[in-house]
Design a binder for this molecule. Structure first.
Ligand code: SIN
Length: 331
């Protein structure tokens, strides 16, 4: 008797679950993995994306954000994205050269004079086309996100390139950046972002290159007594997903997720402008690190020593593309 009633109840529960199948379906989970702190342009963009998606697609999509290399380093994240372990990431553009040599353009020293020029190039048809330059690997570029112009920091004051000779610099995994440091007669070391503070603190390296937002939030300024405002390169990101995951989303959900992503990128880009100023001010206020401003003559020396690096990568990138990016400075 009890068995019969139990079966009936179970049957009723199953059919009610089938009828309300959609309501019972588990939400799509988007894991967003990144390597920086939460109060950075990328950290705040990721959190805004979570907020917008979960507001607009409540019960249908959940976003889990993993900051500070908690889940994966950038060198690993593309690999695991293809395995379906992460759905969205935003590695710096310097981390993609294994997948597309054209993206090396973003590491050429002194190519862009400021973030407005970077923005103009990225919005141009040529810049937009670069977003699909890694699609053969199954990775889709969904948009660019700004951090800012890079500054050199070191254990000694760097006013002219000769001051950097003999020093060891941490760089991201990019051959262009390696050539750039070698042009200074210094030694480049490709190391994950999560190791940089300890490498500096233990004096295993002497210097590095970062935008103010990373120098501040990673506390590099506490272990680098000198920062040279060199603005010699850009640190920007490509927001990526796997083609398989993206194409597998229902059309209406994909459209809503993309809308939320575009809005959160616009938000992150605004934050990047504010942080470039605020984080620099906080570093100055800390009195832990001196910010060195270059004279025009000193800056010209850095350009003269580092710009020949362009020639070495011209075949990989294409001269026309380099010219197009350079011309974005003049608009
Ligand atoms: C970042 O994502 O901003 C960190 C890039 C790096 O490895 O320096």
């Amino acid at each position: 008797m009890f068995k019969k009633v139990g079966k009936l109840l179970l049957g009723a529960a199953v059919s009610s679950m089938l009828i309300t199948g959609i309501a019972c379906a588990s939400p799509i989970v988007i894991k967003f993995s990144h390597v920086v702190a939460e109060d950075t342009p990328k950290g705040m963009m990721a959190n805004k994306f979570k907020e917008l998606v979960e507001q607009r697609l409540a019960g249908k999509v959940e976003v889990e954000v993993f900051p500070n290399s908690q889940l994966f380093s950038d060198d690993k994240v593309l690999e695991v994205m293809l395995l379906g372990d992460v759905q969205i990431a935003a590695p710096s553009l310097s981390k993609f050269e294994r997948y597309s040599k054209k993206l090396q353009i973003y590491d050429l020293p002194f190519l862009f004079k400021d973030m407005a020029a970077v923005d103009r190039f990225q919005s141009s048809p040529a810049g937009q086309q670069l977003l699909s330059s890694i699609s053969d690997s199954g990775i889709l570029g969904l948009g660019y996100l700004h951090n800012g112009m890079k500054q050199f920091s070191a254990s000694k004051p760097l006013k002219v390139p000769a001051d950097a000779a003999g020093l060891k610099f941490r760089i991201m995994s990019s051959d262009v950046l390696a050539e750039q440091i070698e042009a200074l007669h210094a030694t480049p070391l490709k190391k994950p972002f999560s190791e940089v503070f300890t490498l500096l603190q233990t004096k295993a390296i002497d210097g590095c290159e970062n935008p103010y937002s990373n120098i501040f939030t990673q506390k590099f300024f506490e272990v680098q007594p000198y920062i040279t405002e060199s603005n010699h390169g850009v640190l920007d990101y490509m927001v990526i997903t796997s083609t398989e995951f993206w194409n597998g989303l229902p059309d209406d959900i994909r459209a809503e997720v993309k809308k939320a992503l575009d809005e959160s990128i616009a938000y992150g880009n605004k934050i990047s402008e504010e942080k470039a100023v605020e984080d620099k001010e906080s570093i100055i206020a800390s009195k832990r690190s001196e910010i060195i401003t270059l004279t025009d003559e000193e800056r010209a020396q850095w350009v003269e020593v580092m710009k020949p690096v362009w020639k070495k990568f011209e075949n990989n990138i294409g001269k026309e593309l380099i010219d197009e990016a350079y011309n974005a400075n003049q608009m």
